[in-house]
Ligand binder design. Structure first.
Ligand code: GDP
Length: 304
């Protein structure tokens, strides 16, 4: 079975670990909206967390970076007077520097990612959603911020007015992404922030129509439990986007292409509202607190 997984950060990494444990032909399409220049290197957090997870070296519990990584470079950068609010371990920084060098020599983000994931030993391809620069900007009462400034530096505190995907209107999915979505037997939307992880992919011109026209069944695991996400700012950002911060809101945002949504048992009362949107809905235990949960949910998604 050919499975293409759309992935953001922390919640997606857990599900990717589950998908990786199954006998399937897996391809990951990763969000690029939170890519950022830091310390002279091009950092691609969601692309890297997918590569690290597939390679078995990610710190899945922490949600970012490499397990057991050291932070000597960051300590030195701080002593040299740089602001170091964006935590990047030594091994992580090396990956970002390698990518920067590959890009500087004219390579695409897709080809750089392919070289990196192979070098790390990740057994499945990881495809950036686009090779164009698409940047998630959060307009707040404190000003127009990069997503990382909003969430990591300012800890998600500023009041949000609007989220924009800078560069999306003139971007397109890569050929590899188009093929991965069109040729899949199943597309899985991993639990990810609908506004800042899935939103930037959907904003890439032509991406949403790839999803709505694929012959594959498109299924998703909701990142919400009740009126909150399991982690991160999804609720606050969904509200700012004028959506209900719950699984019905997620279904509304994905209704144009989604066949089925897995929601939490506590949200069984939302099933009818979701089905009214034309999305099938199944109720299950959606918390992933260990590899057993991750594999169980991966299997349930492939059957949904
Ligand atoms: P973030 O909002 O900046 O953290 O962006 P991500 O795309 O990394 O979002 C992770 C999403 O995964 C969040 O919306 C979480 O609610 C969700 N998530 C985290 N852990 C779990 C889990 O165990 N189960 C499910 N269903 N979702 C999860």
């Amino acid at each position: 079975m050919k499975v293409t997984a759309l992935a953001g950060g922390t919640g997606s990494a857990k599900l990717l670990r589950g998908l990786k444990s199954l006998p399937i032909d897996l391809t990951v399409v990763a969000n690029v909206g939170d890519n950022v220049w830091m310390y002279g290197a091009y950092v691609c957090p969601d692309v890297d967390v997918a590569c690290y997870t597939l390679a078995g070296i990610s710190d899945v519990e922490r949600g970012w970076g490499v397990r057991g990584d050291t932070f000597y470079s960051l300590e030195r950068l701080a002593r040299l007077g740089l602001e170091t609010w964006f935590k990047l371990g030594d091994m992580d920084l090396a990956v970002c520097l390698a990518r920067t060098e590959m890009l500087r020599r004219g390579g695409s983000l897709t080809s750089a990612t392919e070289r990196i994931r192979r070098a790390l030993g990740a057994p499945s391809p990881v495809l950036p959603a686009t090779d164009h620069a698409v940047e998630t900007r959060v307009e707040t009462k404190k000003g127009d911020l990069h997503l990382q400034e909003f969430w990591v530096r300012d800890r998600g505190r500023p009041a949000v007015l609007r989220v924009r995907y800078r560069g999306a209107a003139s971007s397109s999915p890569t050929e590899q992404v188009a093929r991965a979505v069109s040729d899949a037997d199943r597309v899985v939307v991993c639990p990810a922030n609908p506004v800042t992880s899935v939103g930037p992919m959907l904003a890439v011109r032509g991406f949403a129509s790839l999803l709505s026209s694929t012959r594959a069944r498109v299924v998703a695991l909701s990142p919400m439990s009740g009126r909150r996400p399991f982690s991160g700012p999804a609720g606050k950002l969904m509200k700012a986007a004028g959506r209900r911060p719950d699984s019905v809101g997620v279904a509304e945002m994905y209704a144009g292409f989604l066949d089925a949504l897995l929601i939490s048992k506590g949200d069984a009362g939302m099933k009818r509202d979701i089905e009214r949107l034309g999305v099938e809905c199944a109720v299950t235990d959606t918390l992933m607190s260990n590899p057993r949960d991750e594999a169980r949910l991966a299997r349930e998604l492939l059957r949904a």
